[in-house]
Design a protein around this ligand. Structure first.
Ligand code: UD1
Ligand code: CA
Length: 580
């Protein structure tokens, strides 16, 4: 039996001319993996002794993307054709121990390793100098045609550009994949020339060269043309993507996953999904994502490089990146988990909640409108709606620790670094800046003020005014705001002052700072109060009279009977002096 050992050489130096791209075709992604990764994997699975990749365009990037144990990169600085790529590889090929060299193009992603193995075995058995992997696609346009000779041997491969009309009618094409016996390859490689229509060194010209030397060139035909279909432009890339995604969905469905509509579900090649998981339309499972058993993924979520346990529910429109979600958790709708969010068992992450680089202990809930960044939450913690961990001070990120069973009231700002001890409560609406010990209540908010009747008098009817009364020692201070004119307003003010007087108040200060308008009705009320108080031996003073109002009082010479002070404190002080 012939020695079936072989080495693998992948041609990947070319630019993607028909992609109209600044980037190498080998860096374009197909169903989540770099385009050339498919051929490389199939090739490696076929079991080569050595693996070479000829690179040129964006060589450094390709080195990073395609590095594998045992991979040798060969740089073809100038891309003078597929034949030239082999000429550049010559020093490596001379050291290569294998009797056969399998040459692959990088852009045939559907190629299977079984096909490659059969191809290499067939080549070795036939003892040909070269064997071409051929097929008969529905439309052979663009491919090199196989010209057969006596005994079904391959006499030449004619590229489309230089083919005669008769040759163009040939249905059998060159897949671009060839197997060479290494010895004749090295012996005749130097005979390639670029003096042809393409002005390139064409690998396919070796067929004619071998024929000239009476060396045998055979063909190995694959029935399914799709398997060796090349991706030469972006339209073909999209077609191929569709095929691969459908295939992936079918594989998952056979393994017990429900995929409601595979044509609008995007599952990358390396994704794993457990049985009885239901995937609704519009879901994207990308990168190295793992989904457990019995999960429900509602429509339109994107999950990238993440791991989901069993019975996880992801409601619509979530974005989950580089995160872990333990079994029984419920996420979304509209949640965003990213950069190392670790969600515990049965956790509930609700709508408009973002979790970044945080651990959330089991049975914890953050159901609405919350940001948790650089946080570590214990078990059974409750996060009220609108809670924010203020983790960034403009320069650094700080941690927030909420121990087990902490209850954070809605609308709280947790200013990190911060630790809230086990079982403690944060009152709703708090801004918490200092750590809280266990089993405590932390309140951090301004005290509430109620201005009774404020709304009733605010802008409703032109005659509305408001009065606020407070006591400063023995003095009742009336703060009047709004126009003091005929109608309810003036009467209310007057009534309130009289009430105070009747209640035994002897000293009254009326702060008129908010009174920009005063008419006879308003004045009348003030004077009634003044008269009533004086008759009881009390005092009434006024302060903060706006300029406009003051002019009015002066015009009526009323300033002579009213004690008017520029401000409250002066007025208040004057009561004291009067008493002495
Ligand atoms: C090639 C074949 C054609 C075949 C078709 C199948 C030749 C001359 N033609 O044509 O018969 O039907 O594939 O898809 O081989 N490359 C290099 N260095 C170079 C030029 C190309 O490494 O200097 C690499 C490219 O990156 C690519 C592969 O070789 O991976 C094939 O090159 P491409 O330009 O796609 O050849 P085709 O015109 O498709
Ligand atoms: Ca091609």
């Amino acid at each position: 039996m012939a020695d079936q050992g072989f080495s693998l050489l992948i041609l990947a130096a070319g630019k993607a001319t028909r992609f109209k791209s600044d980037h190498s075709k080998m860096l374009h992604r197909l169903a989540g993996r770099p385009l050339g990764d498919y051929v490389l994997r199939a090739g490696l699975q076929a079991g080569p002794e050595r693996t070479y990749m000829v690179i040129g365009h964006e060589a450094d990037e390709l080195r990073k993307v395609y590095a594998r144990p045992g991979m040798t990169f060969i740089e073809q600085r100038e891309q003078l054709g597929t034949g030239h790529a082999l000429m550049v590889a010559r020093p490596e090929l001379e050291r290569c121990p294998s009797p056969s060299l399998l040459v692959l193009v990088g852009d045939v992603p559907l190629l299977r390793s079984q096909t490659l193995r059969a191809f290499v075995e067939g080549h070795a058995k036939s003892r040909a100098a070269a064997t071409v992997l051929t097929t008969r696609p529905p439309d052979p346009t663009g491919y090199g045609r196989i010209v057969r000779g006596p005994g079904n041997r391959v006499r030449a491969i004619v590229e489309e550009k230089v083919a005669t009309p008769a040759q163009r009618k040939i249905k059998e094409i060159n897949s671009g994949i060839l197997c060479f016996a290494r010895a004749p390859l090295l012996k005749h490689l130097g005979e390639l020339s670029s003096e042809n229509a393409q002005k390139e060194f064409l690998l396919t010209d070796l067929v004619e060269i071998f024929n000239r030397h009476r060396l045998k060139v055979g063909a190995f035909s694959v029935a399914d043309a799709a398997e060796v279909e090349g991706v030469n432009d972006r339209a073909q890339l999209a077609e191929m993507e569709k095929i691969l995604r459908l295939r992936k969905a079918e594989m998952l469905m056979r393994d017990g996953v429900t995929v409601k509509d595979p044509s609008v579900t995007y599952i990358d090649d390396e994704v794993d999904v457990g049985p009885d998981t239901v995937i609704e339309p519009g879901v994207s499972l990308l990168g190295r994502t793992r989904v457990g058993r019995g999960c429900t993924l509602w429509p339109y979520s994107t999950i990238i490089d993440s791991a989901l346990g069993d019975s996880v529910t992801v409601r619509p429109c979530c974005v989950i990146v580089k995160s872990e979600i333990a079994s029984g958790a419920g996420i979304g709708p509209f949640a965003h988990l990213r950069d190392g969010a670790v969600i515990g068992e049965r956790v509930r992450i609700g709508n408009f909640v973002e979790v970044k680089k945080s651990r959330i202990g089991r049975d914890t809930k953050a159901a609405h409108l919350t940001y948790l960044g650089d946080a570590n939450l214990g078990e059974r913690v409750n996060i009220g709606a609108g809670t924010v961990t203020c983790n960034y001070d403009g320069e650094n990120k700080h941690a927030t620790v909420l121990e087990d069973e902490v209850f954070v009231g809605s609308g709280s700002m947790l200013v990190a670094p911060l630790r809230v001890g086990r079982g403690s409560y944060v009152a709703a609406g708090s801004t918490i800046t200092e750590s809280v010990p266990a089993e405590s209540l932390a309140l951090g908010r301004a005290r509430q003020i109620v201005k009774e009747g404020w709304a009733r008098t605010r802008g409703k009817g032109k005659s509305s005014a408001a009065v606020m009364v407070r006591d400063v020692g023995p003095v009742s201070v009336f703060l009047v705001a709004g126009p003091l004119t005929a109608g309810e307003a003036a009467k209310t003010v007057g009534r309130k002052i009289r009430q105070a007087i009747e209640g035994g108040r002897k000293q009254v200060l009326v702060n008129l700072s908010g009174v920009l308008y005063l008419d006879s009705a308003g004045l009348g009320e003030l004077f009634r109060a003044l008269a009533s108080l004086r008759s009881r031996g009390g005092q009434i003073k006024f302060s903060d009279v706006p300029e406009k109002t003051l002019r009015l009082l002066r015009a009526a010479k009323l300033d002579e009977v009213m004690e008017i002070y520029p401000d409250e404190s002066t007025a208040l002080a004057s009561f004291g002096t009067d008493r002495t």
